[in-house]
Ligand binder design. Structure first.
Ligand code: ATP
Ligand code: MG
Length: 483
């Protein structure tokens, strides 16, 4: 690099990495309101918050999410955990002479040790796997069952960034996990009824949350994708595969590939030219085994009991391998083609796949970025929150009083701007206006001497004098009226 180029590189401005973004005020007020609503609504359904690490062993996601799915490996942010070589050497020395030492001696043992510890880590592309890992790690099967957990936080997928699709995005999700006690297996009808009621309640919670945040035009779709037993999904997939072969030449390259890799996913296609063919394919709900069929019927019944409106969408399959029976999705308006704000489903067996006891699970993940976009598009976003009070002070004595006034007003919950240096009143009022303040509190030598403070209402320019306690009273009353 030439010296000039090096200088230029040094002065280059940094930018957020493609697919990541800064969330700024006033938008962050809406993010906070949404998250606060999730905390409130989910806790009324008995869910507790779990805070998870942002990265895990790569192997955890390989086993659960699956490397060949739509959220597969090529989308992961994977990196090598730096090895602590000093520590390895120290431990080797402490272990004494290596019993397997040959002519390479300790070097060989040390290399094996290094190899054993080489561990790939991955930034989580989703959180269900982590919740299951935590369920196992903390023996949650000994807690009262089912365990109901929710989380809020960023996920990482290397996708093509576009509106509503980012590489760091945020999810609000919930999971219900319940260990299967050996005695429960006997009465499958009762079990199916219980599971369906849990599914329905999870969905009811979701709808309650979306109502409360004011999401417009939310539509719930449900489906059942059966289970991985001989008289159920595999049987259907066989049928589907045969039908797909018949229309193979009518399908685009993605669907063509999926006929062999994951035929169910063909149903998910949005490609216009394929739609008329896909519409005629057999429906999975006609091929469910008796238990899955009963579960699906029961789910619809339980949703109806809860007054939850839904569409059945036989083409709704989820992108991840671990789902079974119930799948659902919620779409909202104002999002273009990225209109899914939430996806979820049942995943009995995932905990066991990760080394835990046989456990049933159901959960969902809300795309918070898309939810916020939709709220903003429909004008549900709160306007910028201005200051309540701008303190226009002048003079040394007024300075001390202004500091005290700011402290008292803030303690009472008002948002206060206290300029760090004195300003001419004209300039102070201009500044108050720019910040959207409701009031200017005017503190000059006269006000301090009299113990009467001037409060100017900026909307109409009216002015009144108050003692400090009267002022607080007045502000409290007017806040109550306006909120
Ligand atoms: P999509 O079909 O839109 O890619 P998905 O099936 O990959 O969604 P899930 O893995 O089920 O989605 O995640 C649940 C929700 O998370 C989605 O409904 C969506 O709202 C949101 N989401 C998924 N990927 C992204 C992303 N890259 N950027 C923003 N939000 C996302
Ligand atoms: Mg996706």
């Amino acid at each position: 690099m030439s010296e000039g180029a090096a200088k230029k590189e040094e002065r280059r401005k940094f930018q957020a990495i493609k697919g990541t973004r800064d969330l700024l005020p006033p938008d962050t007020a809406l993010w906070n309101r949404v998250e606060q609503t999730a905390h409130e609504v989910f806790s009324t359904f008995g869910f507790g918050e779990i805070r998870l690490p942002l990265f895990e062993e790569t192997e955890l996601f390989r086993r659960s999410v699956g490397a060949e799915t739509d959220v597969g490996k090529e989308m992961w942010y994977t990196f090598q955990d730096p090895l602590d070589l000093e520590q390895i050497i120290k431990e080797r020395q402490e272990a004494g002479p290596n019993p397997y030492a040959d002519k390479y001696g300790d070097l060989r043992a040390a290399l094996f040790e290094v190899q054993r510890r080489v561990q790939a880590l991955t930034l989580r592309p989703e959180a269900t796997a982590s919740v299951c890992r935590a369920y196992i790690e903390h023996n949650m099967e000994q807690w009262p069952q089912p365990v109901k957990l929710y989380y809020v936080g960023p996920m990482f997928r290397r996708e093509r960034p576009q509106k509503g699709r980012y590489r760091q995005f945020y999810q609000i999700g919930a999971e219900v996990l319940g260990v299967v006690r050996p005695e429960a297996k006997q009465d499958w009808e009762k079990e199916v009824g219980k599971d369906a009621a849990i599914d329905a309640e999870v969905i009811e919670m979701l709808i309650t949350f979306f109502d409360k945040v004011g999401l417009q035009g939310a539509e719930l779709s449900i489906n059942s994708i059966g289970h991985n037993g001989p008289d159920c999904r595999p049987h259907y997939i066989g049928k589907l595969y045969n039908e797909l072969l018949k229309i193979e030449d009518k399908l685009g390259p993605d669907s063509k590939r999926r006929i062999r890799t994951n035929p169910l996913r063909v149903l998910d296609s949005k490609l216009e030219s394929e739609q008329s063919y896909i519409e005629k394919l057999p429906h999975i709900t006609d091929s469910l085994c008796p238990a899955c069929s009963a579960h699906y019927a029961e789910l619809k019944h339980e949703l109806a009991l809860r007054g939850v409106r839904y569409h059945e969408n036989w083409r709704l399959v989820r992108g991840l391998d671990y789902y079974m029976r119930t799948t659902f999705e919620i779409t909202a308006q104002g999002l273009g083609s990225q209109n899914a704000v939430c996806g979820g489903g049942r995943y009995d067996g995932l905990v066991e796949l990760l080394g835990g006891p046989p456990t049933k699970g159901i959960g969902f993940a809300i795309g918070e970025d898309r939810l916020i976009l939709s709220l903003q598009e429909s004008g549900k976003a709160p306007a910028q929150q201005g200051r309540d009070v701008y303190i226009a002070w002048m003079g040394e004595r007024a300075h001390a009083t202004a500091i005290r006034a700011a402290k008292d007003l803030r303690k009472a919950g008002f948002s206060v701007e206290l300029p760090p240096v004195e300003q001419k009143f004209g300039k102070a009022l201009g500044q108050a206006d720019k910040l959207g303040a409701k009031y200017a509190l005017i503190l000059g030598d006269n006000e301090v001497a009299e113990g009467l403070w001037t409060l100017k209402t900026l909307a109409d320019g009216s002015q009144a004098k108050f003692t400090e306690p009267d002022l607080l009273d007045h502000l409290r009353k007017s806040k109550r009226v306006s909120s």
